[in-house]
Design a protein around this ligand. Structure first.
Ligand code: PLP
Length: 401
């Protein structure tokens, strides 16, 4: 099939929920992908922070193939070998003691919210409210949508699930003022992805931990986008020297296969017992075999070191552009999630389109922030290649204002 064939079918038969670019990607290898007409692209989007090891990483492919020949699905009525091993690896490498597996980021957050409510309900405490941040993104299901601090995602779906309160990000006084005896949890992305690549201060995160502990409130980190190596540490919370009570993962966890995970301390996780929560596909053999292979590669193949090194290089190059061009307002992020904020009026979306026409996949969040989320195996040479395409597009867009 050609791009045009695939676009024709999508346009006619698929729910119209995405503004898609006019190409169909049919193949990928590392940091490169190819469309149905055979054109090659350098990918700085990684399936939106999913393909952290690059496309079709050989170890992930081998794990999927091997597992597919043994057992594809069985249900959580029985114990699952790869699920038990992935849970062991995740808890041994994080603050957490127990993992609930599901299939997406939104589902992992739903699980976290349900666990927080159940935890306090078991104690007979009337705590049910969840504090989240303005500009946050937690997913599209009803509780995750209510948790999300951006009106544009919620419009038309009201009434939203009750008892979610949004406070300004990185503002400890606002959190202190708002936490009250009915607050169950504070949910926060350690770096906001969808909201514009916003990094809180270390001091804020430390104080937030203290405030939650003092008030008896659970602290939940949504690491769906920034977990599993994206910031240069296995988990983003390691950058702040604090640990949450609950953490959610999804995007980068299984090398591209759909998976979600909610990790909690023993004390909190104990609120879930047989019958309280479930997912038919959660922790299935294929997803957890892929997850195991991906996690092992992230930990053992120098992926974190490369992320730190190339992340620092990219950040340096972007800051170099910022010193040169006044229309670049700010460069921010950590490891290989970096954002470049452009002056009002310069349309990031136009730059993204222009780059696509030149063989570069790039992404923006909101109208004015370009987001760089390449595979964590990207090289400095590929960063140079990306910039050689981006810079003329940036200059042209700035010239049009
Ligand atoms: C993408 C994302 C989600 C939602 O994940 P889905 O798999 O699309 O449900 C939730 N939280 C954050 C921080 C995300 O970036």
């Amino acid at each position: 099939m050609t791009n045009a064939d695939i676009i024709g079918l999508t346009t006619k038969h698929v729910a119209n929920t995405y503004g898609r670019f006019p190409i169909a990607i049919v193949r990928g290898k590392g940091t490169r992908v190819w469309d149905a007409d055979g054109r090659e692209y350098l990918d700085f989007t990684s399936g939106l922070a999913v393909c952290n090891l690059g496309h079709c990483h050989p170890k992930v492919v081998a794990a999927i193939k091997e597992q597919a020949e043994k057992l594809i699905h069985i249900s959580n009525l029985y114990h699952i070998e790869t699920q038990s091993l992935l849970a062991k690896a995740l808890t041994e490498n994080s603050f957490g003691d127990r993992v609930f597996f599901c299939n997406s980021g939104a589902e992992a957050n739903e699980s976290a919210i349900k666990l927080a409510r159940k935890y306090f309900s078991n104690k007979g405490l009337p705590r049910y409210q969840v504090l989240t941040m303005e500009q946050s993104f937690h997913g599209r299901t009803m509780a995750a949508l209510a948790a999300t601090g951006q009106k544009k995602y919620q419009a038309g779906f009201e009434p939203l699930l009750e008892k979610f309160i949004h406070v300004p990000f990185n503002d400890i006084e606002a959190a202190k003022r708002t936490i009250n005896p009915s607050t169950a949890a504070v949910m926060i992305e350690p770096i906001q992805g969808e909201g514009g690549v916003n990094v809180p201060s270390v001091q804020y995160m430390k104080e937030l931990r203290e405030v939650c502990t003092k008030a008896g409130v659970l602290l939940m980190f949504d690491e769906v986008q920034v977990g599993v190596g994206r910031t240069g540490t296995l988990f983003a919370y390691e950058n702040f020297g604090v640990t949450p009570d609950i953490m959610t993962l999804a995007k980068g966890l299984a090398g591209g296969v759909a998976i979600g995970a909610m990790i909690a301390t023993e004390e909190v996780a104990a609120a879930f017992v047989p019958g309280t929560h479930a997912s038919t596909f959660g922790g299935n053999p294929i997803a957890t075999a892929a997850g195991l292979a991906a996690l092992k590669a992230v930990l053992e193949d120098g992926v974190l070191e490369n992320c730190k090194k190339v992340g620092a290089y990219l950040e340096g190059r972007l800051n170099g552009l910022k010193s040169k061009y006044s229309f670049i307002k700010e460069v921010r992020g950590k490891g290989l999630i970096l954002g470049m904020e452009l002056e009002e009026g310069i349309k990031a979306g136009e730059i993204v389109k222009d780059c696509l026409s030149k063989g570069l996949l790039l992404n923006c969040v909101g109208d004015k922030v370009l987001r760089f989320i390449p595979a964590l195996i990207v090289t400095e040479k590929e960063v140079d290649e990306m910039l050689a395409t981006l810079v003329p597009s940036l200059e042209a867009a700035a010239g049009r204002v």
